[in-house]
Design a protein. Structure first.
Length: 335
């Protein structure tokens, strides 16, 4: 894929078959996408992420954005035919990337593919409307017969904030509240929600609903303990964006997520449960671009920006089922 990034997903050591969704779909035993053989061992899923990087033509000149978009659809169709498990399309609002509306591209891909799963990489939720995001992805889910996934994040660039009229001073608050609303949308048929970013909702239904099950939702994490805690608070799996370096240095974040979700699930369950003790000692982030190490304490049941407490985990929310790793490489340019 022009401008694609290889992605590896290492699933839980005891993988479960993905349920077939859609009308008339029957559950099938898990098989390898590439060989078709029954899966009895842990699965390594192969996926591609792309921002729709503007690549060069045979003459060395940059291709028009329209041609890049058409090429991206064809490349996703080829990936489906070759057995790639997932394609993720990112969102940017810059001259060097062609994709600003990934859901539209994913819908085009959905109409021409059969099995590859389709998702964002990532959806910049802070500068979008959570209800509209849910509606767009539930539409893709319907068109693709249950293959849609959404990865929610704050993005590595901030060009969407001034473009859509959001002050950067509200960067944290916007994501906190919009994620809280989105979590309600994927878990509740009728949503009652109140925050400071929009008028309240009361027993509001959102259409179209997901036909079967729930919309597969990930939280994109760049590598801070606070982001891991946020994902665990909503019982949502992580997508770790690893820009460079040794991927194993992110393993503590996966362990932190598992420990938090186990702890909070035990706390909210009425059944007997052995709760793993968690140390309140500070945890360290990896060094940032300036080389400075920042520290923060593991968070317990502190309220989030919308007033909910993370200990109030609902037993109806989907448990984490995968350990997710994203490896991003430099864009591949056409020769």
């Amino acid at each position: 894929m022009g401008g694609s990034r290889g992605r590896r997903r290492l699933l839980h050591p005891h993988p479960r078959p993905l349920p077939a969704r859609g009308r008339g779909a029957a559950p099938a035993a898990p098989t390898s996408s590439l060989s078709g053989a029954p899966m009895t061992q842990p699965i390594l899923e192969l996926g591609l992420d792309t921002f729709g990087d503007v690549t060069s033509g045979a003459d060395g000149a940059p291709l028009p954005h329209a041609q890049v978009l058409r090429n991206l659809v064809e490349e996703a169709v080829l990936a489906d035919q070759l057995g790639v498990d997932f394609v993720g399309i990112g969102e940017h609002h810059r001259a060097d990337f062609a994709v600003s509306a990934p859901e539209v591209v994913l819908a085009a891909v959905a109409s021409r593919t059969k099995r590859i799963r389709l998702g964002s990489a990532v959806t910049v939720l802070s500068s979008d409307d959570p209800i509209r995001v849910f509606q767009r992805f539930s539409t893709i889910d319907a068109l693709s017969n249950g293959r849609a996934e959404v990865i929610l994040g704050r993005g590595s660039f901030t060009e969407s904030f001034p473009l859509f009229g959001f002050p950067l001073s509200d960067y944290e608050m916007l994501f906190e509240q919009k994620l809280d609303l989105f979590a309600a949308l994927i878990h509740e048929k009728s949503v009652t929600w109140e925050g400071s970013i929009r008028p309240p909702l009361k027993d509001q239904q959102v259409f179209p609903p997901i036909e079967s099950g729930t919309l597969k939702t990930w939280i994109g994490v760049g590598g801070s303990p606070e982001s891991v805690v946020r994902a665990a608070r909503y019982n949502l799996p992580l997508m770790l964006a690893i820009i460079g370096g040794d991927p194993t240095r992110f393993a503590p974040y996966v362990d932190l997520s598992s420990a938090l979700m186990t702890s909070w699930a035990c706390r909210s369950s009425r059944s007997a449960c052995i709760r793993r003790a968690m140390s309140p000692t500070p945890t360290s982030r990896p060094a940032n671009s300036s080389g400075r190490i920042t520290r923060s304490c593991a968070i317990g049941s502190a309220p989030n920006a919308a007033g909910r407490r993370c200990s109030a985990a609902s037993s109806t929310r989907r448990p984490i089922t995968a350990r997710f790793m994203s490896v991003r490489r430099r864009p591949l340019r056409r020769r």
